[in-house]
Design a protein around this ligand. Structure first.
Ligand code: FES
Length: 132
C-alpha cells in the first residue's frame, strides 16, 4: 500500500465510500455518534471535510465489504444483512454501530484519506490499526 504522509492518494489500491454532505446540520443529526451533544466532533479529525464524509469500506459487524444499493438507498452488507442509510447510520441488521468514518483532506487539489481499521462487533469505535 502506498501512502504519503499517512494519507492515501487517489489511485491507491484501497477504496473507500464517500458522500457529499450538503447539509452539515442534518448530517450531525443523522450521525450523532460522530458528534457530541454540543456539536463538537467525537473524532480526532473532522467527520466532514471539504464537503464530504468518508467511510471505511469495512462493515463494522464482522468486517465484510458492504455495497451501495441505489434502489434501496442504503449501504447493504452481503454477509449478514446489516444496512446503513446514506449518512452511514445503522438502520438494520446485526452491526452495533454506524459506518466508520475516515479522515479526509485536500492537498494541492488532490483528495487524500487515511486508512484506519476499527474493532468489529462492538458499539464503541476503537482503532485497531492505521497507516502512520
Ligand atoms: S459482516 Fe456485515 S453484517 Fe456481518
Amino acid at each position: 500500500m502506498h501512502s504519503k504522509d499517512a494519507y492515501l492518494t487517489a489511485g491507491s489500491p484501497q477504496s473507500v465510500w464517500g458522500i457529499k454532505v450538503k447539509d452539515p446540520q442534518k448530517f450531525m443529526r443523522d450521525r450523532p455518534d460522530l458528534f457530541t451533544a454540543g456539536g463538537e466532533e467525537t473524532l480526532p479529525y473532522p467527520a466532514v471535510n471539504i464537503g464530504f464524509a468518508l467511510f471505511s469500506p469495512i462493515c463494522p459487524h464482522l468486517g465484510c465489504y458492504y455495497e451501495w444499493k441505489p434502489f434501496a438507498n442504503r449501504f447493504v452488507c452481503p454477509c449478514h444483512g446489516s444496512q446503513f442509510d446514506r449518512s452511514g447510520a445503522h438502520v438494520a441488521g446485526p452491526a452495533t454501530r454506524g459506518l466508520d468514518p475516515l479522515p479526509l483532506r485536500e492537498r494541492n487539489g488532490i483528495a487524500q484519506c487515511q486508512w484506519i481499521r476499527y474493532s468489529p462487533t462492538i458499539p464503541n469505535r476503537i482503532v485497531v490499526s492505521y497507516i502512520a
